[in-house]
Design a protein around this ligand. Structure first.
Ligand code: ZN
Length: 145
């Protein structure tokens, strides 16, 4: 199996994961992300307690890359502190801007590192970053509460 196939398969698996596609019983901050060029419309919800992201989920519909990316985001930030989550989001944007990231940074963003290849696909960057933009807004909302 070549690398492209492996990437595609991983993205497909993440996009099919429905575990995070649900309402949260308690929401600390919420942000809708809309990408008209593709039709992705995903709302990110985060539950924070004592500076820790206890739970996160999303509602809405999007393409395989946007929903896979959202699941990777949620899987990576749940259980982290709000400050760590902010750092993770910053690393993700750094990677997608084509900048080199360190091995430690790679470890921090988890499977989202797979989306590095999207940096070379301008048409899909908006899909991959949609929920990460929402995460940035949500984190700001929590930090300024
Ligand atoms: Zn899309």
């Amino acid at each position: 199996m070549n690398i492209d196939k492996l990437y595609q398969q991983t993205i497909l698996e993440y996009s099919k994961n429905k575990e995070n596609n649900r309402e949260l019983d308690e929401v600390s901050a919420i942000e809708r992300g809309h990408n008209p060029s593709c039709g992705d419309d995903l709302t990110l919800m985060v539950k924070e307690k004592d500076g820790i992201i206890e739970d996160a989920s999303f509602l809405g519909l999007g393409c395989a890359i946007s929903t896979a990316s959202t699941n990777m985001l949620i899987d990576t930030i749940v259980g982290k502190s709000v400050d760590e989550a902010k750092e993770i989001v910053d690393i993700f944007f750094k990677m997608l801007s084509g900048e080199e990231i360190t091995d430690d940074e790679r470890d921090m963003i988890g499977d989202a590192e797979i989306l590095e290849m999207v940096a070379n696909m301008p048409a899909r960057i908006k899909c991959a970053t949609l929920s990460w933009h929402s995460a940035r807004v949500v984190i700001d909302k929590i930090k300024t509460k």
